[in-house]
Unconditional design. Structure first.
Length: 309
């Protein structure tokens, strides 16, 4: 049988998050609320940063881009997940599946690089405060954001090319709520060992190397805080704790999914929910509830709006 004849799959059937109809209805309401919080919360952060004169430091520059990526990233998977919770047959076209795979990896990898850039920013701000404005300039911030997008694009292109070159001859059922590399490898009509190793090397290397950079950055910060006053130490820890919380919530599930051989587990779907929906939803809450500057900026903008009306 030729390779062309093997690629006779035009659509995939998704198993979705749950097969239980009652649980699906509960999940529909929950994830609809989650998605609304993601959109509104992250939009609020972007608008606040753009309109506030006080929030002009590099940290907030990165945070506004992180909020934009969170909105885009969750939009790749959440609307389809929410829709599929109420329908009997959950299908996605072959082209749609590949497009979703590309978009998810592009935006997920961009978020990883942005979180790493934010850790670098905090490290310089706390360890070299006198040289901070000379090191982390607007131009440097722009280059870091551009590098995040370019690096993520290269990663996503590799993952997508690997998946799109696979022959699929049936079955076409994906035990997941969105198209990802590991579930697709499971359906391929060929030996996927080499492709699987390449996928793990690609995704795993990025997740692990960025996680190591993050750990080193915060280790350097903690060491430098020993010489600070108790007040300065608490302020620095308060700022960094928000970032560390986001890093743990995002990187933990990513490393679990992508730092292992190309096998699928029943827990994968619930773990994936954390980095595709839960983390984008919690980011605005974490960064606003634990950040006095953002809360004060929001209050000023709100009071200004009330006065105008």
């Amino acid at each position: 049988v030729s390779m062309e004849n093997k690629n006779n799959v035009t659509e995939f059937v998704l198993h979705g998050l749950t097969q239980d109809k009652t649980a699906a209805k509960v999940c529909f309401v929950l994830f609809l609320v989650f998605y609304a919080v993601i959109i509104l919360g992250n939009l609020l952060i972007i608008i606040t940063i753009k309109m506030s004169e006080q929030l002009n430091s590099p940290m907030y520059f990165f945070l506004s881009y992180l909020s934009f990526v969170d909105i885009s990233y969750s939009t790749v998977t959440a609307p389809k997940l929410i829709h599929d919770l109420l329908v009997e047959k959950k299908t996605i076209s072959y082209v749609g599946c590949i497009a979703q795979l590309f978009s998810a990896h592009l935006l997920g990898c961009t978020e990883i690089f942005l979180l790493t850039a934010m850790a670098y920013d905090r490290c310089i701000a706390i360890c070299k405060p006198l040289h901070y404005t000379n090191i982390v300039t607007k131009r440097v911030c722009g280059w870091l954001v551009a590098a995040s997008w370019v690096g993520a694009f290269v990663h996503s292109v590799v993952q997508t090319l690997l998946a799109s070159q696979l022959p699929f001859c049936g079955p076409n059922e994906i035990d997941h709520y969105f198209c990802d590399v590991h579930p697709l490898l499971k359906l391929a009509c060929t030996d996927t060992y080499i492709v699987g190793v390449t996928v793990v090397a690609n995704s795993g290397a990025i997740s692990l190397s960025c996680f190591v950079v993050l750990v080193v950055s915060y280790a350097v910060i903690l060491v430098s805080l020993r010489t600070r006053s108790s007040e300065g130490r608490l302020k620095a820890l308060y700022t960094c704790s928000s970032h560390i919380t986001v890093v743990v919530l995002f990187f933990g599930p990513c490393i679990f999914i992508y730092m292992r051989p190309s096998t699928t587990f029943s827990a994968d779907k619930m773990v994936s929910v954390f980095y595709t929906i839960i983390t984008p939803m919690l980011n605005p809450l974490i960064y606003t509830l634990r950040n006095k500057e953002v809360k004060n900026a929001m209050k000023k903008l709100w009071s200004r709006k009330v006065q105008r009306s």
